[in-house]
Design a protein around this ligand. Structure first.
Ligand SMILES: [Cu+2]
Length: 181
């Protein structure tokens, strides 16, 4: 009698546990989808990310990308603060969504504004170095077509002393005013 009752219980308990496990898995899946959708919404609207990034004594503020017409390189502008008593240098930049990124100067030569490739940008000790429209910038070649105004571009900046800084820069349309985000 006892053993028979016990076997009936097992016959019920196993499928019930199975169903419960499936429901839990389904709920976790739904929750992950909600989180994903939220993150995508943040990426599209360009809100919710900090405008300051720090590695060691280096702080980078207000990075932004000026988009360009299709097939033309985009430009990145930002402000670098060095709180150290020693100078540093921005030596390279890269993005998983760009073919390559060069450091450029932009200066008048005679009657023409000309861009030139730089090996690095010096970041003076206890100083501020600004990359801004009309001046030095990071030139972004072969930008992924999914990166559009209103979105964000992930970037890695490599400093000689401070190391690598990972950040995200909001993308603005060509001709957008050069305001801080
Ligand atoms: Cu350039």
């Amino acid at each position: 009698m006892t053993s028979r009752k016990s076997s009936v219980n097992y016959a019920l308990v196993v499928p019930v546990i199975g169903m419960a496990a499936l429901i839990v898995i389904a709920l976790i899946g739904a929750w992950m989808m909600v989180i994903n959708a939220r993150q995508q919404a943040v990426a599209i609207t360009g809100t919710g990310a900090p405008a300051h990034y720090r590695i060691g004594d280096i702080m980078v503020a207000n990075p932004w990308v000026r988009a360009n017409i299709s097939g033309r390189p985009a430009a990145v502008f930002l402000i670098i603060y060095n709180r150290s008593d020693r100078a540093d240098r921005l030596i390279s930049a890269l993005s998983p969504l760009a073919g390559r990124i060069e450091i450029h100067s932009h200066a008048r030569e005679g009657d023409i504004m000309r861009m030139r490739r730089l090996e690095a940008i010096d970041v003076i000790a206890q100083g501020t170095t600004e990359l801004r429209p009309g001046g030095r910038h990071l030139m972004v070649f072969d930008l992924a077509p999914t990166v559009r105004p209103g979105g964000r571009l992930p970037l890695v900046l490599r400093f000689e002393r401070a190391g690598e800084l990972v950040l995200e820069a909001p993308v603005r349309a060509l001709g957008a005013p050069a305001l801080s985000p």
